[in-house]
Design a protein around this ligand. Structure first.
Ligand SMILES: N[C@@H](CCC(=O)N[C@@H](CS)C(=O)NCC(=O)O)C(=O)O
Length: 254
C-alpha cells in the first residue's frame, strides 16, 4: 500500500494526507515525532501541551538516526509507488500533485487544472514566507537553540508578519476573485481540487500564528470556501480528529 512518511505535524505533509483522505485512496500514514516528547525544558513542555498529540510511529530520536536514509535528509516521502519501482519519491510539491492525480482532485478540465496549480502554489507560498523570516530570526539570535530563544522567536515572528499576512491575504483573495468571481464554491472554481486542501493547511498556520481574524477581514471569499471545504463529508471526520495538532514545529526541536 502507498506509504506517506512525515512528522506528527501538519505543515508540508498534511496536504497529501488530506488529498488522499478526500479521494478515498488508502495509504499508510507513517509519522515521526517531531515535537521531541517528552520535552526537556518546562517552557517547551508547556508549549507542546497546547497542541493535540498526533500519535507517532517513530520517535524524534529515531528520526535523527534514520534521516540519512532519506533524500536530502528530509520528509515527506512517498513509498510503495508502483510506477517508481522502489526509487525514492521526495519533495512535497511533487507528492501533492501525484496524490491529486490518484485522488482525482487535479481538476477535470484544463482551466481548472491551471487554476488549481496557481492557487495551490500561491497558498503554499505562505509557508515559504514564514520559514524565510524564521530563519532570519535564527541568524539574528546567532543561531542560538536555547529553549527561551526558540519561544521568543515564535512570538517575535507573529508580531513581525501581521502586516505581511494582511497584504498576502488581500492578494490571494484578489487573484481568486479575478479568476472565479465572488461566491465561487471552491478555490479553483466550480469543483473541489487539491488546492482547497492547501488552503486549509495554510489557514491553519495563520490561525496558529494568531491571525484568524485577518482571514475573514481580508479574504472573505476564501474564508467561506475553507469553511465549506472542511465540512465536506469525505474529510470532516479527519479534520475534526486532527483539530489542534501542531502545524509547524513551533520552535520545539530546532
Ligand atoms: N523541499 C522539500 C523540503 C522538505 C523539508 O525541508 N522537510 C522538513 C520538514 S517540513 C524536514 O524534513 N526537516 C527535518 C530535519 O531537518 O531534520 C519539500 O518540499 O518536501
Amino acid at each position: 500500500m502507498l506509504t506517506l512518511k512525515y512528522f506528527s505535524l501538519k505543515a508540508r505533509g498534511e496536504v497529501p494526507r488530506l488529498i488522499l483522505t478526500a479521494g478515498g485512496v488508502p495509504f499508510n500514514n507513517v509519522k515521526y515525532d517531531f515535537t521531541a516528547r517528552p520535552p526537556n525544558h518546562p517552557k517547551i513542555a508547556a508549549k507542546v501541551a497546547e497542541y493535540k498529540e498526533s500519535p507517532a510511529d517513530f520517535t524524534g530520536r529515531q528520526w535523527m538516526e534514520n534521516k540519512g536514509d532519506y533524500p536530502f535528509q528530509a520528509l515527506p516521502v512517498l513509498e510503495n509507488v508502483p510506477e517508481l519501482d522502489g526509487a525514492p519519491f521526495p519533495q512535497s510539491r511533487a507528492i501533492v500533485r501525484y496524490c491529486a492525480r490518484l485522488a482525482n482532485l487535479e481538476g477535470s478540465d484544463e482551466a481548472t487544472k491551471i487554476r488549481a496549480d496557481i492557487f495551490a502554489e500561491s497558498a503554499y507560498q505562505w509557508f515559504e514566507k514564514v520559514w524565510m523570516k524564521y530563519t532570519i530570526l535564527v541568524g539574528m539570535d546567532q543561531m542560538s537553540m536555547k529553549s527561551e530563544k526558540k519561544l521568543e522567536r515564535m512570538d517575535k515572528l507573529k508580531g513581525m508578519m501581521e502586516g505581511e499576512c494582511e497584504d498576502y491575504l488581500e492578494s490571494l483573495e484578489k487573484l481568486h476573485v479575478s479568476h472565479c468571481g465572488e461566491n465561487s464554491p471552491f478555490f479553483a472554481g466550480k469543483e473541489v481540487t487539491y488546492a482547497d486542501f492547501q488552503l486549509l493547511v495554510t489557514f491553519d498556520l495563520m490561525k496558529d500564528m494568531g491571525y484568524e481574524e485577518l482571514i475573514a477581514e481580508n479574504a472573505p471569499n476564501l474564508a467561506r470556501i475553507a469553511k465549506s471545504v472542511a465540512a465536506l463529508p469525505q474529510i470532516s471526520e479527519y479534520i475534526e480528529e486532527n483539530q489542534g495538532v501542531a502545524v509547524v514545529a513551533a520552535g520545539m526541536l530546532f
